[in-house]
Design a protein around this ligand. Structure first.
Ligand code: ADP
Length: 328
């Protein structure tokens, strides 16, 4: 049976980008067809300025939301990364496999280190090395597939490179994984700045739809989305990223095709209205189920404890093997 691993960072509230780019497929497809592990990757939340209490709260909230979205602990393993020591154990071995140069080339490092410096904060060393930790997250489980949004492509490439390099040097140890991506909405853009992705840790909440936003808020954000200077509704991600983003959202929410949908609309206003309605309906059940689950946090904690136990059992022998292979 195929093994699948993926995760979300508890650096903010989960967004529509997280849902459409990753979580929805985990729920609808991945957990049914593979031995799938999904993790709230809290160690990754420490790479930039963080508030300890907030990270803890957001981790629990992310896990609750993943269950609300439909991850079923009977079908998959859901756990918090820091509850399983193997991630950090393996990360060090992979730091001894990666080079400084290849980590400095990571786009997200370049962007985030500039942002940290602009905010007058030091650039944490972990901001440079976290792609190695991410590689450990994936390789520790022998994952064949990593279902992620488009922004993670470079990180999965690095993971593949490290796996191949380690295997060549120390003997076959790791499965070389591949990224899988949704056909539509693999990169959901910020509604106020459609040239940058909708990211949960960005400052401008007006451009981000959060999974827990109420219906009125979702509608308001989508109705106020920045559109392009033209008037025609066309699907062109380069020349008209605002309209293309709305078409992607509508297509992802209704199961349509963004290019075909472009032909249906004559005004930006009607496109926005239908997109808002479709997204509200898409998120309604998630929000309702979240309210039920959040009322019983003990239940979520039990799921996470059991998930960590299962994850540990899977990762331990593989990471032990890597330790032996590298000479320890
Ligand atoms: P974020 O950038 O919101 O902090 P994470 O790093 O936690 O997201 O990523 C969780 C998953 O959500 C990843 O698979 C990532 O590719 C996906 N994802 C994040 N933002 C978007 C987006 N705007 N569009 C599509 N997928 C996204």
């Amino acid at each position: 049976m195929k093994r699948i691993f993926s995760g979300v960072k508890p650096t903010g509230h989960l967004t529509l980008g997280n849902y459409l780019g990753a979580v929805r497929r985990w729920v609808e497809v991945d957990q049914h067809r593979a031995d799938a592990l999904f993790s709230v990757v809290d160690l990754h939340a420490l790479t930039v300025e963080h508030d300890p209490a907030r990270v803890r709260r957001l981790s629990r909230q992310a896990a609750t939301l993943l269950m609300a979205a439909g991850l079923d602990p009977e079908l998959c393993t859901l756990f918090v990364q820091s509850h399983v020591d193997e991630h950090a154990r393996l990360s060090y071995l992979l730091e001894c496999t990666a080079t400084d140069g290849e980590l400095r080339r990571m786009i997200q490092y370049k962007e985030k280190s500039v942002r940290a410096q602009a905010a007058g904060q030091g650039v944490r060393l972990s901001l440079l090395t976290y792609p190695v930790l991410m590689a450990a997250d994936i390789l520790a489980y022998g994952a064949d597939e990593v279902p992620v949004g488009e922004d993670q492509t470079q990180h999965v490439e690095l993971t593949r490179d490290l796996a191949v390099r380690f295997n060549q040097r120390y003997g076959h140890t790791f499965t070389v994984p591949r990224a899988t991506r949704p056909e539509v909405a693999a990169r959901v853009m910020d509604l106020q700045d459609p040239t940058s992705k909708m990211g949960k840790s960005h400052e401008n909440g007006a451009g981000i739809v959060y999974l827990l936003d109420d219906a009125d808020t979702v509608r308001r954000k989508i109705m106020r989305a920045v559109t392009d200077s033209g008037r025609d509704v066309e699907y062109d991600r380069e020349a008209g990223p605002g309209v293309a983003n709305l078409l992607d959202l509508l297509a992802a929410a209704t199961g349509g095709n963004p290019e075909a949908l472009a032909g249906v609309y004559e005004t930006y206003g009607s496109l926005k209205k239908d997109t808002a309605d479709a997204v509200v309906e898409l998120l309604r059940p998630v929000r309702e189920r979240h309210a039920e689950l959040a009322a019983d946090p003990g239940q979520v904690d039990l799921v996470l404890r059991d998930g960590a136990r299962r994850a540990r059992e899977t990762a331990r022998p593989l990471v032990d093997r890597a330790y032996r292979a590298i000479g320890l």
